[in-house]
Design a protein around this ligand. Structure first.
Ligand code: UDP
Ligand code: UDP
Length: 464
């Protein structure tokens, strides 16, 4: 309940409740800063320590240091026996642990005196009942694409209509057909922990007060329109397309101490000459696929900056680069490539004029950052929503996705030969940059004064 009876002069106090993983924390941090610095809100961010990865704890620390106006609300996890789910992904396990701990939020939120909540899709079905009990409006920040939001909203209806027949192509009303092969791997198994969470959250979306989504109209016109018109799910709450959420522009939020000196290295490269390769923070790329990538980058002849990740959780990563990439690779390519296992400030890399192409797994934050920077994307999705996002990339003209390329759980790898052919074709084609450049302009317009995303965020803040 609002902390003060004097609602006329009340500054809204928005409490943000993210889930786990950098893909979720980064946009929540950006929203926190935007609401606090630009929209007159008091903002608190619920944190659960220890985090799953080191990247998350460093990010939170840097965020709270740089933006003391964003308050930190520490929450606890209830005891949870992970052995119920042997072999499960550590981030899915954390989602489940947080979901089971939702009742602990009640006293925390009452003590904080909040006027509105914004939670993550992964926690939606368990946080909304807590919010209802406290008579607080509960909004969702959907950190992935509007296409994925429409899949999440429609999937329960799809399952009800196709009970017992397995998941095939999913034709989302008013949006488009998501082919079976692009549906996140886990959703083909109705008993998968992620599927159970996904369906429960999808069913409860219509009970949210509003949904913020980190996209902009020019990037996903069909999905944004269909969600707003209630074509995807009737009675759908207001949808605020507020993206691309901008990085919290303070050097303090940058967590890298840049052991690889990659910014100096980029400064020394000619304009548009470098291929930036990264697969996000959340998943390992298999050893075999890493070696094919290495062969592809070598054969392409182009310069590259490659962030290698070979474990799911960063603290577990003890492998030597030379072992991962094959003998002699680093020595042979020393003059034209920089390879690092350290965290890089991706936004800064993508804005650097030396970068001409982004070979990306198409995590949604990476896609929005590429769009905001006007850098063409060569999509190499591995897992989860990344094929849906790669479809958005191809549809919007932000880049190229070869949809026959395999991903995690399928036979085969994308070979070095296939990779180098696409890298060469994209780097050598000036025209390939036009559409990404116009999307970058559209992104800048959307978040500028009077732009659609900025207006949506202001409208949302007024509701808090
Ligand atoms: N990121 C970064 N440096 C890295 C790896 C990742 O800054 O070395 C950031 C990236 O810019 C993005 C986020 O971490 O904001 C990753 O989110 P995304 O949705 O792209 O992928 P995920 O990690 O969730 O698969
Ligand atoms: N997601 C969803 N409903 C849920 C949980 C997740 O729609 O109940 C979305 C999430 O936003 C992401 C995708 O499903 O687009 C895969 O989620 P995951 O957490 O595996 O990937 P991440 O966002 O960490 O890269």
């Amino acid at each position: 309940m609002p902390s003060s009876g004097d609602t006329a002069d009340r500054r809204p106090h928005v409490v943000l409740i993210p889930s786990a993983g950098m893909g979720h924390l980064v946009p929540f941090g950006r929203l926190a800063v935007a609401l606090s610095s630009g929209h007159g809100c008091d903002v608190s961010l619920v944190t659960v320590l220890p985090t799953v990865s080191t990247a998350e704890s460093k990010h939170l620390e840097a965020l709270f240091d740089a933006f003391p106006a964003v308050r930190r609300l520490d929450s606890q996890l209830a005891p949870f026996d992970e052995s119920e789910f042997p072999g499960a992904d550590p981030f899915f396990l954390r989602f489940e642990a947080m979901r089971r701990s939702a009742p602990l939020l009640g006293p925390l939120l009452t003590g904080a005196g909040s006027s509105a909540l914004v939670t993550d899709i992964a926690l939606t079905s368990v946080v909304i009942p807590v919010a209802n009990e406290l008579r607080l409006p509960c909004h969702i920040l959907f950190t992935a694409s509007a296409a994925m939001l429409s899949l999440c909203a429609y999937f329960p209806t799809y399952l009800d209509a196709h009970a017992g027949s397995g998941v095939g192509d999913v034709d989302i009303p008013g949006v488009y057909r998501i082919p079976k092969a692009s549906i996140p791997q886990a959703l083909h198994d109705p008993n998968h922990l992620f599927t159970r969470q996904f369906v429960a959250n999808g069913r409860s979306l219509t009970n949210a007060a509003g949904i913020l989504v980190n996209t902009f109209e020019a990037l996903e016109p069909e999905a944004v329109a269909a969600l707003r018109q209630g074509t995807v799910a009737s009675g759908f709450p207001p949808v605020f397309a507020v993206g691309p959420l901008l990085p919290a522009s303070s050097p303090g939020v940058n967590q890298a101490n840049d052991p690889a000196n990659y910014m100096d290295w980029l400064d020394a490269q000619p304009a548009r000459s470098v291929v930036y390769v990264s697969f996000g923070s959340r998943k390992a790329v298999s050893g075999e696929q890493l070696r094919e990538l290495a062969a592809g980058l070598e054969a392409s002849g182009y310069r590259f900056l490659w962030v290698v990740k070979s474990t799911v959780v960063d603290r577990d990563d003890a492998a030597e680069l030379s072992d991962l990439l094959g003998e002699g690779f680093l020595e042979r390519l020393e003059k034209r490539g920089l390879v690092t296992k350290a965290w890089v400030e991706q936004e800064e890399v993508l804005k650097h004029e030396a970068v001409g192409l982004f070979v990306s797994h198409c995590g949604w934050n990476s896609v929005t950052e590429a769009a905001a920077s006007g850098v063409p994307v060569l999509a190499l999705p591995r897992f989860g929503d990344q094929r849906v996002n790669s479809g958005v990339v191809a549809r919007a003209g932000l880049g190229v996705w070869v949809d026959s390329w395999s991903w995690e759980g399928e036979e085969g790898v994308v070979t070095g030969g296939e990779m180098s052919e696409k890298v060469k074709a994209m780097m050598g084609d000036e025209a390939m940059r036009r559409k990404p450049a116009s999307l970058a302009e559209a992104a800048a317009t959307a978040v500028a004064d009077g732009g659609s995303s900025r207006r949506c965020l202001a409208e949302f803040a007024r509701l808090c």
